[in-house]
Design a protein around this ligand. Structure first.
Ligand SMILES: [Zn+2]
Length: 370
């Protein structure tokens, strides 16, 4: 299949944008697809599900089990638009059950955890939360042939040559020995295909996650129940903090995955092991040659800055607050922005947390942003 990227604008969902994606932000889009209330969150917010397609191969897809990981929710609606507007043949071979926001309380609060501060992706054995119980009930009732577990990864994830990891995948292990079970090799096969396709579009920007087994993670549990499960992680590129670019690549990955599964041939999977593993050698801003104040002298060092993501409730937007992560010899680190402070004569007390605004002032000045 050759997906024409130029046509993305034809199925891109213009009504959903940015990082702060909640039930109320998706309601209009949901209503295009006859949503059902599948259950309720701790705070009694509805958890919606969509049933799409009439085919024999069943795929359960959920996003925002971590409330602040919204990129794949946007990508799912783009993908649904593709399936309805561009290519509806897939809907006769597949039956999709989609939960766009599994953790609506976390989505409202822009938190990873649910309202009880539980990470739902560590609750697969305890099933202590209504959201975890609901997902398990959907799984038991629907009996999927595949599961897609959709997440976002932080800006720190890097690949070879410190290129950004724009999307990542994992075929979770089904046991501590990381056995290539039938279900797991099917997951690997789907990922191999998607990787081969996507690596032509964003070469060197696709990563693979560590496959240590953790039965508390939902993907590992479902894989251990012999249901092929794939973890999708939307990542970061350049200054796209609204993740409108990676959203497109996740959408394409989803469509490729659906196309491949509909063809029902999972013999090829070894390419999976060629996908580079994610490292964490990126920061949001890297500053080199900054003069660090040390009593009455100074020393020249490197500094990394990471944005803390903070919800501005009244504006309903996410703000990116710069914080110092570390300083010292950061030769192996890269930044999504890199700035050389050699020309700045000022010395900075890096132990003073208020110094960050002064540093950002110089960063902006050097980058000609006023
Ligand atoms: Zn996550």
């Amino acid at each position: 299949m050759n997906l024409n990227i130029d046509n993305y604008i034809d199925f891109y969902e213009n009504d959903i944008k940015g990082r702060y994606i909640t039930n109320s932000k998706i309601l209009q889009l949901l209503n295009k697809y006859n949503p059902k209330v599948a259950g309720y969150s701790v705070q009694n917010n509805p958890i919606y599900s969509l049933s799409i397609g009439t085919g024999p191969i069943k795929i359960l897809i959920w996003s925002q089990m971590h409330g602040n990981e919204s990129t794949s929710t946007k990508a799912i609606f783009d993908c649904l638009s593709y399936l309805h507007k561009i290519d509806n043949t897939l809907l006769s071979s597949l039956k999709l059950k989609i939960v766009p926001i599994l953790n609506p309380d976390g989505a409202n609060a822009y938190s990873r955890e649910n309202y009880n501060n539980i990470d739902l992706n560590r609750d697969s054995v305890n099933l202590s939360q209504p959201e975890s119980i609901l997902l398990r009930e959907l799984y038991n009732d629907f009996k999927p042939d595949f599961c897609f577990n959709m997440h976002d990864q932080r800006t720190i994830y890097s690949l070879d040559n410190n290129k950004s990891s724009i999307i990542s995948f994992l075929a979770p292990s089904a046991d501590t020995e990381k056995t290539e079970t039938e279900a797991r090799t099917k997951s690997m096969s789907v990922i191999s295909y998607v990787y081969t396709k996507m690596n032509k579009i964003i070469p060197g920007n696709i990563g693979r996650y560590n496959d240590d087994f953790n039965i508390n993670c939902v993907g590992d549990s479902f894989q251990s129940f012999n249901t092929p499960t794939i973890l999708f992680e939307s990542g970061h590129i350049s200054q796209d903090y609204q993740r409108e670019i990676s959203r497109k690549f996740v959408c394409f990955s989803l469509i490729y995955a659906l196309e491949f599964i509909s063809q029902n041939n999972f013999s090829f999977y070894k390419e999976y092991y060629k996908i580079p593993e994610n490292k964490t050698q990126l920061c949001d801003i890297k500053i080199s040659n900054i003069k660090q104040k040390e009593s009455n002298k100074h020393k020249i060092t490197d500094l990394s800055i990471i944005y803390f993501e903070s919800l501005n409730s009244s504006k309903e937007i996410i703000e990116f607050i710069p914080e110092i992560k570390e300083y010292g010899n950061l030769l192996n680190m890269s930044g999504h922005i890199e700035v050389d402070f050699s020309s700045i004569n000022e010395t900075f007390d890096l132990n003073n947390s208020n110094i960050i605004s002064e540093i950002i002032y110089h960063v902006n000045k050097l980058r000609n942003i006023h």
